[in-house]
Design a protein around this ligand. Structure first.
Ligand SMILES: Nc1ncnc2c1ncn2[C@@H]1O[C@H](COP(=O)(O)OP(=O)(O)OP(=O)(O)O)[C@@H](O)[C@H]1O
Ligand SMILES: [Mg+2]
Length: 391
């Protein structure tokens, strides 16, 4: 397989200017020499994105992901090193980049499309597809300065994919689209890949990287830390390596042998919805070395956030083995994918994050009246205040 994007020893340096807010007089007195510090946003980065694959760039804020993507898009020129791309490149970078706020959606489609290399005729013939995919028929003649951020990104994405690129570069922005649009983007990515196109995506949505990328690269302070299989690179970034059992059901962990998800009737469940009654059942074996054993469970969102770590003192009932249930009346987590792990420790011993090597992975679907954003359903009660006194 040949490389669609080849990055060789790329370094990019920025200057950080100090004393930016000094008066004009002060800068003149200093003889116009602004003081600055140089720092490397990218340092000797080399990687290859194979043709026809989806590739994720991940890493902490400020690690250099967007800088690298902009170098690939040739919006930035590296200070040293080379970037080679094979075929037509289309990029969706910052929100609204390439859009002119005073112009209408229609005018921006033509402007943006021609910047991305489409001729007027081609653009005319694709115009309806572009607007249709964005779902903006009604708003296409309004100035884009009145668009919401979601509308911006829909239009930008729609133009970027409709110029028929060989390589599509996407920075983050898709996250501002709603669930429905994200689903359609996912479908579009699958379609592009099946056509042998290459996609490079910068994102903090690690579950997306695992689901849709073949390869990934992890950046840290401008250095390439790891590149390879997307799952491995995400796991490296999350700090632990875990390989969950397929689907739901049962899993094993060192001294917690099995975690089960049960529905209200006590039957094994493969998934659940926010608000459902559910039981997590932990089967364990107590090693001789443990005194006053405590079982700690941990629930992680796939993106790495630990959302809960309930624990309980456990006993060995007539033998070294035991079983304990955690009943949850209304499961509070919103739709998403979570890993449940558990471990036994001695009472009073520090509880580390349980080993995620053997997680029970559960998929939560949206409940009947659950919120659609965030991590938990607060299950709160709204009440109109009628006798509010003005301050
Ligand atoms: N034009 C610029 N001038 C000076 N420094 C910059 C410039 N653009 C980015 N930087 C700095 O370079 C570093 C890398 O920035 P970059 O935007 O590539 O990070 P990122 O990995 O995309 O982060 P995030 O996840 O927050 O989007 C950061 O320290 C940032 O402050
Ligand atoms: Mg960025």
């Amino acid at each position: 397989m040949s490389a669609a994007v080849g990055v060789t020893d790329v370094s990019k340096r920025y200057r950080l200017y100090h004393e930016r807010n000094q008066s004009l007089k002060a800068s003149v007195m200093r003889g116009r020499r602004a003081k600055y510090e140089e720092f490397w946003a990218l340092r000797d980065v080399s990687l290859e994105v194979p043709e026809g694959t989806a590739f994720g760039l991940i890493g902490e804020n400020g690690s250099g992901k967007s800088t690298l993507l902009k170098c690939m898009a040739r919006i930035l020129r590296p200070d040293s090193g080379r970037i080679a791309t094979e075929g037509k490149v289309s990029a969706l970078l910052e929100l609204g980049a390439g859009f002119h706020p005073e112009l209408s959606g229609r005018e921006n489609v033509y402007l943006n499309g021609s910047i991305l290399g489409l001729g007027k005729r081609e653009l005319r013939s694709r115009f309806d597809d572009i607007v249709g995919f964005a779902g903006l028929e009604q708003f296409i003649d309004a100035p884009v300065k009145n668009y919401s951020s979601g509308m911006y990104v829909r239009l930008g994405f729609s133009v970027a994919i409709n110029v028929d690129p060989d390589i599509l570069l996407i920075d983050e922005v898709l996250a501002v689209g709603d669930a429905e649009f994200q689903r359609r983007c996912g479908d579009k990515f699958a379609e592009l890949r099946s056509q042998g196109k290459t996609i490079v995506i910068v994102t903090h949505a690690l579950s997306t990287v695992k689901e849709m990328c073949d390869g990934a690269a992890l950046l840290e302070h401008g250095h390439l830390i790891e590149v390879g299989d997307a799952h491995d690179v995400v796991d490296r970034y999350l700090g632990d390596v875990f390989a969950p059992a397929d689907g739901a059901g049962a899993t094993t962990a060192s001294n917690v042998e099995r975690v089960e998800l049960l529905d209200a009737a006590g039957r094994p469940a493969s998934g659940l919805r926010t608000g459902d009654p559910v039981t997590l059942r932990f089967h364990y074996a107590i090693p001789d070395t443990l005194h006053e054993p405590v079982l700690s469970a941990s629930i992680h969102h796939l993106d790495g956030l630990e959302v809960a770590r309930p624990s309980v003192r456990v006993e060995a009932a007539g033998g070294p083995r035991g079983c304990v249930d955690l009943h949850i009346e209304r499961f509070p987590l919103l739709s998403g994918t979570y890993d449940v792990t558990a471990a036994l420790t001695s009472a009073g011993a520090p509880i580390g994050v349980p080993d995620r090597a053997h997680a029970l992975r559960i998929t939560v679907d949206r409940g009947a009246d659950a919120d659609s954003h965030g991590v938990v359903a607060l299950d709160g009660r709204w009440e109109t205040v009628t006798n509010e006194v003005a301050p």
